[in-house]
Design a protein around this ligand. Structure first.
Ligand code: 3PG
Ligand code: MG
Length: 397
């Protein structure tokens, strides 16, 4: 890995500009899930321990280059202070007081948080001038925001070329976990790919079939594959115009020796609601007025076998409508198998993506996975085999 870590740069007395991802869910002015905040704590503590002064740079939502008061990062302060167990100084820029003056006034041990970088149009434009302005505020740059590293933005990409740059602890952990899953994994490798649409995960499917031994396909995507093979999926969510693409992926998988696991039985209902009446049927027997909402028990049995014979597993997407019981059953059963195998030391399991992490949390297995990524889009792009601009910029530094 061609990038530096916090251990490779002298931080003593230095102001360290740390790009973090604290784009966390907020409801009624309160952070409802502080996972991303908790995960940056080791980086900040290590910078302080090395004598550095951490200045947090982050975005919140998508204000599109304008000041949107509801998207002020101020809302994250209580959660940050709780996680760091100390006060955090908010560089609330005013006419008289710019970010630089807050930073100049920092005492050893202080932590400063800058306001939402996306209030400036230069951030998303990866503007060199804006990056230079940011760089002038500190001595060292640290990227601890893997989950934003698919964005070529000024605080992620351009700034890394302007200061001594390194990866933070969370970035290191994310990259190591992904390397273990797809870079140089122990085979057999199993990928679980779910979600609504094949069209949004084409690159992912194309990249994975040549790297993994098994691919379990679930959710609406599985319906698209079934329909492509001539199965009547009734009123199920499916992209019928993706037929040729789906068939091509099946051929590509066969050529690469990747076994695709699609549902052989299904749970179908006539209403899309919690506890709707349902039937368990063979995959080719969905009634014309019903929709497939989950994989059936025979499919789950096959999935159990696959997980038990795999050494590495990477998961992005649930199998069914896990938010709506009883259509969570296949997803939860699979998560049970993954957690059991991981706890037994037989499986390296890595998961990422908003829906996936929500399913794992709902099932109560968050502590049983080898690694759960904080990233959504960046995790997906990494799985697609794409170069992430934020990571590439560190590699050149
Ligand atoms: C995320 O929440 O996925 C990251 O913070 C990136 O946010 P973005 O999708 O608005 O760039
Ligand atoms: Mg996103």
């Amino acid at each position: 890995m061609g990038w530096k870590t916090l251990d490779d740069i002298n931080l003593d007395g230095k102001t360290v500009l740390v790009r973090v991802d604290i784009n966390v869910p907020v409801k009624d002015g309160v952070v409802t899930d502080a996972t991303r905040i908790k995960r940056i704590v080791p980086t900040i503590k290590d910078i302080q321990a090395a004598g550095g002064k951490p200045v947090l740079m982050a975005h919140f939502g998508r204000p599109k280059g304008k000041v949107v008061p509801e998207l002020s990062l101020k809302v994250t302060l209580p959660a940050l202070e709780q996680a760091f167990d100390q006060p955090v100084i908010f560089a609330d820029e005013t006419e008289g007081k710019r970010a630089g003056s807050w930073i100049n006034e920092m005492n050893p041990g202080d932590i400063v948080l800058l306001e939402n970088l996306r209030f400036h149009p230069g951030e998303e434009a990866n503007d060199p001038g804006f990056a230079a302005e940011l760089a002038s505020l500190g001595d060292v740059y640290c990227n601890d925001a893997f989950s934003v590293s698919h964005r070529a933005h000024a605080s992620v990409e351009a700034i890394a070329h302007l200061l001594p740059a390194c990866a933070g602890r969370l970035m290191q952990a994310e990259l190591s976990a992904l390397e273990a899953a797809l870079g140089n994994p122990e085979h057999p490798v199993c990928a679980v790919v779910g979600g609504a649409k094949v069209s949004t995960k084409l690159d992912l499917l194309g990249n994975l079939v040549s790297k993994v031994d098994y691919m379990i396909i679930g959710g609406g995507m599985a319906n698209t594959f079934l329909a492509a093979q001539g199965v009547d999926v009734g009123k199920s969510l499916a992209e019928h115009d993706m037929k040729d693409t789906a068939l091509e992926i099946l051929v590509k998988a066969k050529d690469a020796g990747c076994e695709i696991i699609l549902p052989t039985d299904i749970v179908a209902a006539r209403e899309f609601k919690e506890n709707a009446d349902y039937e368990v049927l063979p995959a080719n027997a969905c009634p014309p007025d019903a929709m497939i909402l989950d994989a059936g028990p025979d499919t789950v049995e096959r999935i159990t076998d696959v997980i038990e014979s795999s050494k590495t597993l990477i998961m992005n997407g649930p199998l069914g409508v896990f938010e709506m019981p009883p259509f969570h059953a296949a997803t939860f059963a699979m998560l049970f198998d993954i957690s059991k195998q991981t706890r037994a030391g037989a499986l390296v399991s890595i998961a990422g993506g908003g829906d996936t992490v929500a399913a794992i949390n709902a099932a109560g297995y968050a502590d049983d996975f080898t690694y759960i990524s904080t990233a959504g889009g960046a995790f997906l792009e990494w799985m697609e085999g794409k170069t992430l601009p934020g990571v590439a910029a560190l590699e050149g530094a």
